[in-house]
Design a protein around this ligand. Sequence first.
Ligand code: SAM
Length: 219
Amino acid sequence: MSFNLERTIKDIFSKEDNKFRYLLTKYLDMLFKWHEINNIVSSSDNDYVIKREIYDSYLLNNYLKGNSYTDIGSGGGIPGIVISILNPDKEVILIDRKSTYIDFLTLAKAELNLKNTKVVQRDVLKTESAFSTDVVLLKNFSNKTISKMSYESKFVYLMQMIKKSEQVSKAYMLTGSPVLKLSRECLREFSVNTQVITSPFFETKRIVAEVKFENTINS
Ligand SMILES: C[S@@+](CC[C@H](N)C(=O)[O-])C[C@H]1O[C@@H](n2cnc3c(N)ncnc32)[C@H](O)[C@@H]1O
């Protein structure tokens, strides 16, 4: 059977209301069309993107605590747009440094009428301005500066960068099993709580790592 977006969303998100399914379908329709030209998601297999990237982002929402979220390296809006649709009363900021993503995110925000959402073009590793939300989200954040680092070095580098923002009390990273092998030294520096999320679609499990920062306004 050929891929049908509406039917796939209806089947997978049967427990959610019509509004959620409508907005998600609209978002994914835009995302997949943009991807054909600008390559903005990790795979061209739409069924895989929904079952892995979107469904895992949907599950991530169950673990989030906090009132406002910044998704850094948001790319095509994963997980930020899913979190925004699920939390219309919470502020969501989507940050990326590349214009292609920013153009897409700006259009998606307008088309979905996401009044809670702000799109910001910024290089988070270069600029000194602080994050203004109490939570930072990350999924597959990577670039040339950090891609050659070991998993742990990258983790420490990113958490040290996020921690500089006094407003931020927690970071949530949707990640893979290497987070379960962080060294004692790293776990002494950061308070990390991990939860394995079980996907009904894949055997490979993803992990939600919650990192709490001390000495912050909101902790
Ligand atoms: C592998 S993609 C992941 C996108 C999305 N989070 C996902 O999981 O599909 C990494 C994203 O991080 C962005 N990025 C990399 N370095 C960045 C930086 N220093 N500041 C802001 N965004 C950055 C890239 O432009 C890209 O969109």
